[in-house]
Every structure is written in C-alpha cells, then in structure tokens.
Design a protein around this ligand. Structure first.
Ligand code: HEM
Length: 269
C-alpha cells in the first residue's frame, strides 16, 4: 500500500514500486510465513524451526526501508527544485508523505530495532512476556500500521478539500502529525523501553517469576517510569488524535463539491 501511495503521489517510479511489491510478496510468502514462528518459540517447536523463524522474521523489514529511502531521496530532490522555484508548493500531499515517512521510520525502529532486540530465541527465552514485548508491539503496530492509516486519512482529507478549507485544517493535520509521533516516541523512550530493560535484568538476576511479581512492579523507579507514560499518552491523545478528529469532522461538513464528471467523495466512480 505504501508503494502504491508513493507511486500515486509521484514520488517513486513504477519500477521501484513494483520491485518493492515483488520483493515484499516474496519475503512475506517465502520468509514471513515461516517468520511468524517467533510468536510460538516456546510451544515445543524443534530447535531447527526456532532457528528458521528467527532468521526469516528478521528479513521482514527490508522492503519498506528500501522504499522509504527511495522516497526520501525524492523529497530532498523536490526541496532542491522548490528552492530554485522560489518556494512554490510542489507537494499538495505533503502531510500524507510525512505520515508515510513515519511508517518507514517506525518500521525501522519499532519492527526493525525493537523486533530484532527480542527476536533471537536466547533473548526471547528470558524476555517473552516482559514489557519489552509491548515496547516492540506499540512502536511497530501504531508506528507502522497506525501511521499508514493516518496517511490514508490525510490523503482523503486533502483530496476532498478545496484550497481555502485545506488552509484552515492544515495546521491541525501538522499538529496531529507531531503529536502522534512525539507521543508515541515519548511512550517508548520515557516509559516502556526502560521498564522493559529493568524487567529483563530482573529476570536474569532474580528469575522470571520475580520480574512479573508485585515485588518488581512496585519498585519506586518502576512506578515512576510507569507514570512517565502519562505525559506521552496525553500528548498522543490531545495533540495527536483530537486535532485530526477535528479536521475530519470539519471536512465532513465542508468537503468540496465534485467537479463535472467527478465521482462524489466517498462513492466509487
Ligand atoms: C510492522 C511489523 C510488525 C508488527 C506490527 C509487530 C507487532 C507485534 C506485536 C503486537 C507483538 C506482541 C504479540 C503478543 O503479545 O502476543 C509482537 C511480538 C513479537 N514480534 Fe513483532 N511486529 C512486527 C514485526 C516484527 C519483526 C520484523 C520482528 C523481528 C525482527 C518481530 C519480532 C517479534 C517477536 C520476537 C515477538 C514476540 C515477543 C514476545 O512474545 O515476547 N516483529 N509483534
């Protein structure tokens, strides 16, 4: 979907988009299916299937990273052209593009770095069920699929807005973009990742049972880190979600009228 969208926005060539889609299909079918085995390492698989799951799941992040690198190179090029043209706005779908770039960045950080971190069976043996799992889950799930959904929402908003309406709501979309990214980053950096690291070290020192008991969760440093999620969650909701919701509601009432021969917004042509 990211490849199709980048292509629609004129940011990657058809060749690049197709190459990535084929690579992705190959990796999903050839590697991803086996890779999902990282979710059930401990149900009595053989060592061989554990090793396969671990190696193949590590390859899943590759195509999206290639695509994002390609698109951001395009963006740099466009900025150069924009500079030469005296700052004329060449990218009406700029915020869709930025949300798609977020998909690539979170894919790298959330799925790539945080997924890799817990992916090898020897780490997973100690880590599974600790806060490092939701650390990866939040960064990869909201970061990749959540931001992708936001990119689609913003794309649709821009398509059905005329210039005047878009000027009114663009600042909300901008705010929402930063609120969501900073909020999600804050949740991870301020809270779930450090708690996960402390919990993993507690597993190694005192055993898994201890790291999941009140003896660990009630430690003042752990409670303090859990409370640190609050500002990040609030930023995500208040600065991230609400402005976009406002933009959606406002656009519902101010969508531009379809031109002659154009389908009504929301209906297939
Ligand atoms: C966008 C892609 C991805 C998403 C949305 C995603 C999401 C998730 C979620 C929600 C969980 C928690 C599942 C549960 O609690 O049962 C999880 C677990 C896991 N993921 Fe991912 N993931 C992605 C990619 C990856 C990749 C590329 C790797 C490997 C490099 C990976 C490695 C793992 C492992 C090892 C677990 C199990 C951890 C445990 O049970 O403690 N994930 N993932």
């Amino acid at each position: 979907m990211v490849a199709v969208m980048f292509y629609d926005l004129g940011m990657v060539t058809a060749k690049t988009a197709k190459r990535v889609i084929y690579l992705d299909a190959l990796l999903f079918l050839g590697a991803g299916v086996i890779g999902t085995g990282h979710h059930w390492y401990w149900i009595g698989q053989t060592t061989f299937s554990m090793a396969l799951s671990s190696v193949f799941s590590a390859m899943e992040v590759v195509p999206l990273i290639l695509l994002t690198l390609d698109a951001s190179a395009f963006m740099r090029l466009t900025r150069g052209v924009q500079g030469l043209a005296g700052g004329k706005d060449y990218l009406p779908h700029r915020w869709t593009f930025y949300f798609l770039i977020s998909v690539g960045v979170w894919n790298f950080v959330g799925a790539g770095v945080f997924g890799f971190l817990i992916n090898t069976p020897i780490v997973s043996y100690y880590e599974v069920g600790t806060t490092l799992t939701p650390n990866h889950g939040h960064a990869a799930f909201m970061g990749v699929f959540g931001m992708l959904a936001m990119a689609f929402v913003v794309f649709a908003l821009r398509q059905v807005s005329d210039e005047a309406h878009w000027k009114r709501i663009e600042k909300w979309v901008r705010l929402s973009y930063w609120g969501m990214n900073i909020g999600l980053g804050g949740m991870v950096v301020l809270s779930i990742f450090p708690v996960g690291v402390l919990q993993l070290s507690d597993v190694l020192r005192n055993g898994y049972w201890h790291a999941r008991s009140a003896a660990f969760m009630d430690r003042p440093v752990v409670s303090a880190l859990e409370y640190l999620r609050l500002p990040a969650d609030l930023a995500f909701i208040i600065v991230g979600v609400l402005p976009l919701l406002a933009a959606v509601v406002s656009t519902y009432f101010h969508a531009r009228k379809p031109g002659p021969g154009e389908a009504r917004p929301g209906r297939a042509s």
